[in-house]
Write a protein that binds this ligand. Structure first.
Ligand code: AMP
Ligand code: MG
Length: 428
């Protein structure tokens, strides 16, 4: 899709209003205009964690490759269990995990067997050793009905059958997937190449770390939150530094980003202030749309593509305020990045929790509140806002463990009402 058609497409969308754009429409427009990468790397399985699969994985073998025991105990014929009185079996040998040996077990007989050992032919049941009533003179005695036919046997291919799809293209590999690929004997895996994402900050008032903080200046926080957020998504961050509010320097930074990266992200200079040159520069270098998103925090946003010969690089101009940077990143840029990386993941789950307090809100915009989830002694999940919600107050983001999402059409929230919540951290 070309940037011109991005504008056309935008104008065709019902409800498109660049001066008050619902976040859902913005997200849709952005994601639709992004093309996923297709180039791939072949990496050792031990380096594949967090990478995105470039092709479906078809299982080359059955896992497990044999019927085997799920317990330490005795393998036997389930048909022998039909009795209302104690049953005696004669032990005919022992099978350890890894033994390739063949044991013949006939009616009335059993085989001492360890967890993971191959089931002898004909046996379909394992009685765990702790359920055996007596072991004496090479025989075991089971009480009637102490075990069901088929218990404690793991069947060949019950985890994965040869020829079935084990994992799909677009999956971000988690520890369980790495283990699963190992269980298929795969030492290498094809993964999509990492995205290179360039970013820089703009603002004459900003100072880099190590510089003295002169009157009126602030340290550049955004490059560090961006670095962290990009690294967490598995991108290769390219830090283009701190850029003065002058068109030539901003132009040079965008051109460098367009040359070396798959996406360029800037912060600051996209509102209507006098020193906000970023917008003009972006517009000169390609096709960029400027929106006021109906969201809080994070209203001004620029999105489009800069062009260099054949290469079109998506660019985001995020607001300058540190929390606005993070919220627009998480709720707009993140989806664009995941699409460009080729990830076909599940959308982030939204939970519902009870608001511990009343929250004033205007209908007609989506509001994101930094908040903490807690569970009371009855197991009810509450959510509490973490203090002042100004878009420059990064500490309330650090204190939060979730984002409360108050949807576009909603008005003020009363204490005790259910609200949507997105959790920051997960288990795996
Ligand atoms: P702007 O969008 O450029 O008007 O900036 C809005 C606010 O965010 C101003 O108070 C800026 O000083 C602040 N700001 C912009 N960029 C950064 C940054 N990289 N780190 C910390 N604060 C910033
Ligand atoms: Mg600025």
């Amino acid at each position: 899709m070309t940037a011109e058609s991005l504008l056309l497409r935008a104008q065709q969308m019902p409800g498109y209003n660049p001066a008050a754009l619902p976040i859902e429409l913005a997200r849709q427009l952005i994601v639709e205009s992004i093309t996923p990468v297709t180039e791939f790397d072949v990496v050792a399985l031990s380096d594949a964690l967090g990478r995105i699969l470039a092709a479906d994985i078809i299982s080359p073998i059955d896992v497990p490759a044999h019927d085997n025991s799920a317990m330490d105990g005795y393998a036997l014929h389930g048909a022998d269990l039909q009795s209302d009185s104690p049953i005696v079996f004669t032990i005919v040998g022992t099978a350890l995990a890894g033994d390739a040996q063949h044991h013949e077990v006939h009616a009335g007989q059993c085989l001492r067997i360890m967890t993971g050992a191959m089931m002898p032919v004909g046996c379909d049941t394992v009685v765990p050793q702790e359920l055996v009533h007596r072991v004496e003179g090479g025989q075991i005695t089971l009480l009637a009905n102490s075990i069901q036919r088929g218990d404690n046997r793991r069947s060949r291919g019950e985890d994965l059958r040869q020829g079935v799809s084990a994992l799909s293209r677009g999956r971000r590999l988690r520890p369980s997937d790495i283990g699963l690929l190992a269980s298929l004997g795969m030492s290498e895996v094809h993964v999509l190449r990492k995205l290179r994402v360039a970013f820089f900050s703009t603002g004459d008032e900003l100072r880099s770390l190590g510089e003295a903080l002169t009157t009126g200046a602030v340290y550049d926080a955004n490059r560090y939150t961006l670095l962290g957020m990009l690294a967490r998504l598995g991108c290769e961050p390219i830090d283009l530094g701190l850029i003065k509010d002058e068109p030539e320097s901003i132009t040079a930074a965008f051109c460098e980003g367009g040359r070396c990266a798959d996406m360029v992200i800037t912060s600051g200079g996209v509102s209507v202030g006098e020193a906000d040159h970023t917008k003009k520069v972006m517009a000169n270098l390609g096709e960029v749309l400027f929106w006021t998103i109906a969201m809080r925090p994070g209203r001004p946003l620029a999105f489009g593509h800069i062009h260099k010969k054949e290469k079109r690089t998506p660019v985001f101009g995020l607001p300058g305020n540190p929390v606005a940077v993070m919220v627009t990143f998480y709720f707009l840029v993140r989806d664009a990045l995941l699409r460009q990386m080729g990830e076909c993941g599940e959308t982030l789950p939204t939970l519902r929790a009870i608001s511990a307090q009343a929250i004033a809100k205007k209908s007609g915009r989506t509001e994101y509140q930094r908040a903490r989830l807690s569970i009371d002694q009855n197991g009810q999940v509450f959510v509490t806002v973490t203090g002042t919600q100004g878009s420059g107050i990064l500490s309330s983001m650090s204190n939060a463990n979730c984002m409360m999402v108050l949807e576009h059409g909603r008005g003020s929230v009363a204490a005790g009402e259910l609200v949507d919540v997105v959790i920051f951290d997960g288990l795996v």
